[in-house]
Design a protein around this ligand. Structure first.
Ligand code: ZN
Length: 144
């Protein structure tokens, strides 16, 4: 299976730009292959890019290697004169705006956290390449 296909599960338009493995960590630089985005405040489509920045987001591991997405996020100008936001960062369905883990990783941690106590969960997750603290496990389980 190609790396691209794994990314497509997250977002149809996501493309891998670079891939790097350092010890037990896999870094995937990726970005959306589209030149426009919808303003989350007024729903107007914009193709006017203001800037780019990178978010590091942990995803499900691959063969016990921790996977870190280096997600290139574009900031757009909102061109709607009636909108009260001048710029907005593009949104992704697979991760909440300020989250550091993908939704599917949190779902998995939640599932494991419901089975065992948090210390065992941390140990079991670590074995397969997910490094989280027991506080994080408890926070995720409480939220779901
Ligand atoms: Zn807007």
């Amino acid at each position: 299976m190609k790396l691209e296909e794994l990314l497509k599960d997250l977002d149809e338009d996501l493309i891998a730009k670079e891939y790097k493995r350092i010890e037990n960590e896999i870094y995937i630089t990726c970005e959306k292959n589209s030149n426009s985005s919808t303003c989350p405040y007024c729903n107007e489509l914009s193709s006017s890019i203001h800037s780019k920045y990178t978010r590091t987001i942990v995803d499900l591991p691959i063969q016990n290697n921790e996977v870190k997405l280096l997600l290139i996020v574009r900031k757009f100008f909102c061109t709607n004169p009636n909108c009260n936001h001048k710029t907005f960062g593009e949104r992704f369905d697979f991760v909440f705006p300020k989250a550091v883990r993908t939704k599917r990783l949190d779902d998995y941690i939640n599932k494991m956290g419901l089975r065992d106590n948090s210390m065992d969960t941390v140990r079991n997750l670590k074995d397969i390449g997910i490094n989280v603290s027991s506080n994080t496990v408890l926070r995720i389980v409480k939220k779901n």
